[in-house]
Design a protein around this ligand. Structure first.
Ligand SMILES: [Zn+2]
Length: 284
């Protein structure tokens, strides 16, 4: 299942967006043949993407890029405000020993050094780019810092992917943000609730609903439900035309060079692995 629900707690002074992204992350795992570690890393980013997709308008797009020094290479996702989400990682088969606590070592795969880029394209001439240094490479912490520094929004972020031998068992997360009118008591209430909260995947695995998770995360059983059902999906909108347009941007020398040894060239979409073949005439 994949769905997102938005709630207001503390009489509207605390906002929480909860997501289950199990199907979305499983689809990404299958498309890219991801190792369990790569599934966890990309799955957390895709879950963040699903949550952030509910905060932008339909046609607007955001690209998230995590460039760390770890063995997974770049982690990238692109999404729009209609919950079409896609992504890829540099090294889909990355593998590292488990951490001492038995968890997949996502921070080790991403690396502690590096940057998180949030590139917003809202149809203006130039995209808006926010950059923050990585905190731990564990992704949720890195986004918490991004929201604090780039958006001046105090927030709590949880992202989790539970992988077993059959693939993605559960994936999900939440983004909790304080409204400007949040009181000291609200903050105390939420901090206390989050301190005692189980990991999201544990709660999903117990078949808790998104509303139950939101209630636990805010210690408020009087939530306002903001919108109905939102279904995020793994979707790539690539086309032959788009690749031709990209190839057209190459210089004539580069194109001649490409066709020197072969009649056709093949391009592969990084997001869905679809292959497109072109002859020299296609590009002319
Ligand atoms: Zn594609």
């Amino acid at each position: 299942m994949s769905e997102i629900k938005k709630y207001l707690a503390c009489e509207g002074r605390v906002n929480i967006i909860c997501a289950e992204t199990t199907d979305l992350v499983e689809e990404a795992r299958k498309v890219h043949d991801l190792s369990p570690l790569a599934t966890a890393a990309l799955g957390r980013v895709l879950t963040m993407s699903a949550i952030m997709s509910t905060r932008i308008k339909g046609e607007d797009t955001i690209t998230l890029q995590i460039k760390g020094t770890g063995p997974i290479g770049n982690v990238v996702s692109v999404f729009d405000g209609n919950q079409n989400i896609k992504g890829y990682v540099g090294e889909p088969h990355v593998d590292l020993p488990l951490r001492e606590d038995g968890k997949l070592n996502v921070g080790g795969a991403i690396g502690k050094e590096g940057f998180l880029y949030v590139i917003r394209d809202m149809g203006l001439k130039e995209p808006y780019i926010g950059v923050t240094p990585l905190v731990s490479g564990e992704i949720a912490e890195d986004f918490t810092k991004y929201f604090a520094e780039s958006e001046q929004t105090p927030s709590a972020v949880a992202l989790g992917v539970l992988v077993d031998k059959n693939g993605v068992k559960k994936a999900g997360g939440y983004l909790l943000t304080l409204m400007p009118d949040a009181t000291e008591d609200d903050i105390k209430q939420v901090e206390e609730a989050l301190k005692n909260l189980e990991p999201v995947t544990t709660m999903l695995d117990k078949n808790m609903s998104l509303q139950e998770i939101a209630e636990k995360a805010t210690n408020d059983d009087n939530l306002m439900v903001m919108v109905g059902e939102i279904k995020p999906k793994y979707h790539c909108d690539c086309s032959r035309e788009r690749f031709v347009n990209n190839l057209k941007k190459l210089s004539e020398d580069d194109i001649n060079h490409l066709f020197k040894e072969q009649e056709t060239i093949e391009t592969v979409c990084q997001f869905c692995n679809k292959k497109y073949e072109f002859t020299k005439n296609d590009i002319k």
